[in-house]
Design a protein around this ligand. Structure first.
Ligand SMILES: Cc1cc2nc3c(=O)[nH]c(=O)nc-3n(C[C@H](O)[C@H](O)[C@H](O)COP(=O)(O)OP(=O)(O)OC[C@H]3O[C@@H](n4cnc5c(N)ncnc54)[C@H](O)[C@@H]3O)c2cc1C
Length: 400
C-alpha cells in the first residue's frame, strides 16, 4: 500500500496550495461582500490549469484522475469553500457528459468551452422545486419533434447557472416510467433559456445559484447523452464520482479550522499561559485533527476507487458525510476555541461555520448519503459469513 502522491499529483497539489495562498485566502472576505460570481479569481484558476481536469485528452482536456481533482478542491476549499465550489463546478456539470457522451459529442460541445482564452462554465441542472432529494420526481419534459427535442421546465439551485454557456439538463422523455423515463441533455445557452431568481444564501457567498427556465427550447437530437432513459443511471454515477469533490472541499475547511484554532490557542493567554496548554483545548484540537486526517484519507480512497472503476457508492457517501460533518464540527469548535473572537467577521472562524453548513446539504444531503451507504452495507451483509449463526430453538434461523 502506497499513500504517496505521484510526482504529477504532488506538483498539482503544491500549485493549488500556492494559488490558494496568493489568490483565494487574501480575497475571500472582500469578494464575499459583493455576493456575485467571483469571475476574476475563477479566470485565474482557469489560467493556472486548475479547472476541467477530468475532461479526456481526446476532447482537449488534461484527462486527469478524480484523485487529482480532490487535491485541487481540498487546497482551494482551505482558502474559501465558496470559491472552491465556483472553480470545481464544471466537474459536476460535465461529469454526466464524460460518463455518457460520445467522444464526438465531447469534441463538439465541451472542447470549445475548455480550450479558449476565457473560462467558460457549465451548470448541472437536476434539482427542481419539487424534486430535491427525490431526483426521480423531475417534472421538466423533453419531447422529440423530428430531429429535435423540445424542452420545457424549470430548474433551481443551479450552481454557476447565471454564467453558464452549457446546461446539463435532466428531463423526462417518458414521464409514466418515473426515474426510468429520465434522460440527460446538453443544452447550449440560447433561445428559450432564461435565468430567474438568484438565491440569497448565508454562506459560500462566493458561489452563485439561480433558477433556470427552459421555455420551448429546441435542441438537436445529438444533444441527448447516452440513450433515452439513461438519465437516472447517469445522474447516480455522476454523484458517486463528484461526492469526493465535496468531501475534499470539506477536508480543506476542516483543516483550516484546525490550523486557525491552533494558531489562536498558541497566542491567546489566559490564567497566565497560552490557552493551548489547557487540556480542554488541546484535546479538542487533537479530535479535530484526527477527524480531518480520517476525512482526507477516506476521500482520497473514494476517489481512487472511482479512478480504478471499482464500485464506490458506499465509500463516496462515507467520504461526503464524514468529511462535511467534520468540517461543520471543526468550524464550531474553532469558533469556541477563539471565544468572542470566533464570532466576529475580522476572524476567519465564523465564515468557516457558515460555509461548512452547506457542505452537509448540497450534492445529496448527509441523510441521503447515510441512506446510500446504509443500503450498501445491508446488501453486502446478506451473504456475509461472520462465523456466528443466529439460532432459534437450536436451529439456524433465517428470519427472526
Ligand atoms: C448552495 C446549493 C447549491 C446547489 N447546487 C446544485 C446544482 O448545481 N445543481 C442541482 O441540480 N442541484 C443543486 N443543489 C440542490 C441540492 O442538491 C439539494 O438542495 C439537495 O439535494 C436537497 O434537496 P432539497 O433542498 O430540496 O431538500 P429536501 O429533499 O426537501 O430535503 C429536506 C430534508 O429532508 C431530508 N430527507 C429527504 N428525503 C429523505 C429521506 N429519504 N430520508 C431521510 N431524510 C430525508 C433531507 O436530508 C433534508 O434534511 C444545490 C443546493 C444548494 C443549497
Amino acid at each position: 500500500m502506497d499513500f504517496s502522491l505521484s510526482e504529477k499529483e504532488q506538483k498539482l497539489w503544491e500549485r493549488a496550495k500556492e494559488f490558494t495562498h496568493e489568490h483565494i485566502t487574501p480575497r475571500a472576505r472582500e469578494l464575499e461582500k459583493k455576493n456575485e460570481f467571483p469571475k476574476d479569481v475563477v479566470q485565474k484558476a482557469y489560467e493556472a490549469g486548475l479547472m476541467n481536469l477530468h475532461i479526456p485528452t481526446e476532447a482537449g482536456g488534461p484527462g486527469l484522475s478524480l484523485l487529482a481533482e480532490t487535491l485541487v478542491s481540498e487546497a482551494t476549499g482551505y482558502g474559501c469553500a465558496g470559491l472552491a465550489t465556483s472553480i470545481m463546478c464544471n466537474n459536476l456539470a460535465f461529469a454526466p457528459l464524460v460518463i455518457g457522451a460520445t467522444t464526438e459529442q465531447l469534441k463538439t460541445y465541451i472542447e470549445p468551452l475548455i480550450t479558449g482564452k476565457d473560462a467558460k462554465f457549465g451548470s448541472f441542472c437536476l434539482t427542481e422545486r419539487k424534486a430535491g432529494s427525490d431526483a426521480a420526481a423531475v417534472a421538466t419534459k423533453a419531447v422529440r419533434d423530428g430531429d429535435e427535442y423540445v424542452l420545457n421546465g424549470m430548474k433551481c439551485w443551479s450552481t454557476n447557472g447565471s454564467v453558464a454557456s452549457l446546461f446539463t439538463v435532466f428531463a423526462s422523455t417518458q414521464p409514466e416510467l418515473k426515474h426510468k423515463g429520465l434522460s440527460v441533455f446538453m443544452v447550449p445557452k440560447g433561445k428559450g433559456v432564461k435565468i430567474g431568481h438568484i438565491e440569497n444564501k448565508v454562506g459560500q457567498l462566493n458561489s452563485i445559484q439561480c433558477e433556470v427556465f427552459f421555455e420551448d427550447v429546441r435542441i438537436p437530437t445529438d444533444c441527448l447523452v447516452g440513450k433515452e432513459g439513461d438519465g437516472f443511471k447517469i445522474a447516480m454515477k455522476t454523484l458517486d464520482k463528484t461526492r469526493a469533490g465535496i468531501a475534499s472541499i470539506a477536508t480543506g475547511v476542516a483543516q483550516r479550522a484546525v490550523d486557525e484554532a491552533a494558531k489562536f490557542a498558541n497566542i491567546r493567554h489566559q490564567f497566565g499561559q497560552p490557552i493551548g496548554k489547557f487540556q480542554g483545548i488541546s484535546f479538542t484540537l487533537a479530535d479535530m485533527g484526527a477527524k480531518t486526517a480520517a476525512a482526507r484519507w477516506q476521500t482520497r480512497y473514494a476517489a481512487w476507487l472511482a479512478d480504478q472503476d471499482l464500485p464506490n457508492s458506499k465509500d463516496s457517501a462515507f467520504a461526503k458525510f464524514f468529511a462535511s460533518d467534520t468540517a461543520m464540527q471543526n468550524a464550531i469548535d474553532c469558533v469556541q476555541i477563539m471565544g468572542g473572537y470566533g464570532y466576529i467577521e475580522e476572524y476567519p472562524a465564523e465564515k468557516l461555520m457558515r460555509d461548512a453548513k452547506l457542505l452537509q446539504i448540497y450534492e445529496g444531503t448527509n441523510q441521503v448519503q447515510r441512506l446510500v451507504a446504509g443500503n450498501v452495507i445491508l446488501k453486502e451483509s446478506v451473504n456475509l459469513d461472520t462465523g456466528f449463526r443466529f439460532k432459534y430453538d437450536g436451529r439456524d434461523a433465517p428470519l427472526m
